[in-house]
Design a protein around this ligand. Structure first.
Ligand code: NAD
Length: 330
C-alpha cells in the first residue's frame, strides 16, 4: 500500500553509514528495521543510537527490508548488493563507487532489471545546490575544467585517487555533457601511497566538448571547483563553499534576473554587456535528499537521481583513466 512505511536497513554503519541510519530514522514514511556491520560492536552502538535492532546475520536483516543502503568498503559492494537483489528482492542504495569493476556493475544492473529492483548510487555531488541551479540554464559547455584537491587522510587511500575522488567529477562531467566520450588522455603520479595520488585526465567528447579533470589527495587545503565555458557564458562552481558565479554576455542585461554588475564592451561593432550573477542557492542536507529520493523511488514517485547505469559509466571511465595512468607510468 502507498501509505505503508518503507522498511529499510543499513549495511555497514561506519563513517558514512551512520548518517544513512540517521536520515532513515528522521523520515516519517520509513521504518529503519535494523543495521548490520561486520564489526558487531559498531552495529550495536548505531542501533542503540537510532533505537533500532542490530543483526548478527545479514540474511535476517535483508529478509525483512524493502530496501537497503550498502555503505561497506567498495570491495564488498558487489557481493552484498547481489545478495540483496537476487536472494531478498531488495532495492539497493549503494555508496559510490557502485562496484570495483565494470563487469560487476553490469551484472548488478542486469539482475536488478530482471528482478524489477532499483539501483541508486551515492554520487552525492550531483545534488549540490551549486550545480543543481543549472537546471534552469541551457548548458552546452565547450570547455570544462574541474579540480578536486584534498589534504592526505588515510580514509579512502585503499583505492587510487581516481576511484576515490575523481569519480565524483567524472560522474558530474558525464551528466553535464550529453555526448559520448571520444578520447581520453591521462597521467598521474604516486607521492604518498603505493597507488596514484595525483591525476589529470583530458577528455574529448564526440560533440567537441573538452574537459580537464585534476584530482589530488596531496594538497594543503580542500578545493572542489568547476569552471565551465560555453558560448556567451562562463561560470565558476564551488562545490565546497556551495557557491556559483555566472558571467553572461548579453545585449540586454535587464533581461537577466538578479544581475549584480554589468560591464559594457564592443563585439563585432555591437554593444554588449558582461552580466555578473551570484545566485542565492537553496540550502539542504544532500544525503538527506538522496535518502528521500531513494524512498520516493521505491514508492514509484521519483526516479533515482543517479542510477546504476550512470554510476557504471562513471566507473568505466575512471577505470580507463586509471589504467592509462598506470600504463603511462611503466
Ligand atoms: P568506513 O570504513 O568508515 O565504514 C565501513 C563500515 O563497513 C565499517 O564499520 C566496517 O566494519 C563495515 N564493513 C566492512 N565490510 C563489511 C561487510 N562485508 N558487511 C557489512 N559491514 C562491513 O567507510 P566509509 O568511509 O563509511 O565508506 C563506506 C563506503 O562509502 C565506501 O564505498 C566509500 O567509497 C563510500 N563513501 C562515499 C562517500 C561519498 O561522498 N558519497 C564518502 C565517503 C565514503
Amino acid at each position: 500500500m502507498q501509505s505503508e512505511k518503507t522498511k529499510v536497513g543499513v549495511i555497514g554503519v561506519g563513517h558514512l553509514g551512520q548518517h544513512h541510519a540517521k536520515h532513515y530514522d528522521l523520515r516519517e514514511n520509513v521504518t529503519l528495521v535494523g543495521v548490520y556491520d561486520t564489526n558487531s560492536n559498531r552495529a550495536k552502538e548505531i542501533a542503540r543510537q537510532y533505537n533500532t535492532r542490530f543483526f548478527d546475520r545479514l540474511e535476517d536483516l535483508m529478509g525483512i527490508c524493502d530496501g537497503v543502503s550498502i555503505v561497506t568498503p567498495t570491495e564488498s559492494h558487489y557481493n552484498v548488493a547481489k545478495m540483496a537483489i537476487e536472494d531478498f528482492n531488495c532495492h539497493v542504495f549503494i555508496e559510490k563507487p557502485i562496484t570495483e569493476t565494470t563487469e560487476q556493475a553490469d551484472d548488478l544492473i542486469k539482475l536488478a532489471k530482471a528482478k524489477n529492483k532499483l539501483i541508486q548510487v551515492g554520487h552525492i555531488e550531483r545534488l549540490n545546490p551549486a550545480l543543481t541551479i543549472f537546471k534552469k540554464y541551457n548548458l552546452n559547455p565547450k570547455f570544462i575544467e574541474i579540480q578536486r584537491l584534498a589534504p592526505y587522510t588515510v580514509r579512502g587511500t585503499d583505492v587510487p585517487v581516481v576511484l576515490d575522488l575523481m569519480i565524483h567529477d567524472i560522474d558530474i562531467l558525464l551528466s553535464l555533457v550529453k555526448s559520448d566520450v571520444k578520447s581520453i588522455h591521462a597521467s598521474g603520479v604516486s607521492i604518498i601511497t603505493n597507488s596514484v595520488d595525483i591525476a589529470n585526465a583530458r577528455i574529448r567528447f564526440n560533440n567537441g566538448t573538452v574537459a580537464s579533470v585534476t584530482s589530488s589527495r596531496v594538497a594543503k587545503n580542500k578545493v572542489r571547483k568547476i569552471k565551465l565555458f560555453q558560448e556567451n557564458l562562463y561560470t565558476t562552481i564551488d562545490l565546497l563553499l556551495e557557491q556559483t558565479e555566472i558571467y553572461t554576455i548579453t545585449d540586454d542585461p535587464s533581461l537577466i534576473p538578479d544581475v549584480l554588475k554589468t560591464e559594457p564592451f564592443t563585439q563585432n561593432n555591437e554593444k554588449k554587456h558582461i552580466a555578473y550573477q551570484k545566485p542565492n542557492l537553496d540550502k539542504y542536507d544532500m544525503l538527506g535528499l538522496e535518502i528521500k529520493n531513494f524512498i520516493a523511488s521505491i514508492k514509484g514517485k521519483e526516479k533515482p537521481i543517479v542510477n546504476g547505469i550512470e554510476a557504471r559509466n562513471a566507473l568505466d571511465a575512471v577505470i580507463k583513466i586509471n589504467n592509462m595512468i598506470l600504463e603511462d607510468l611503466k
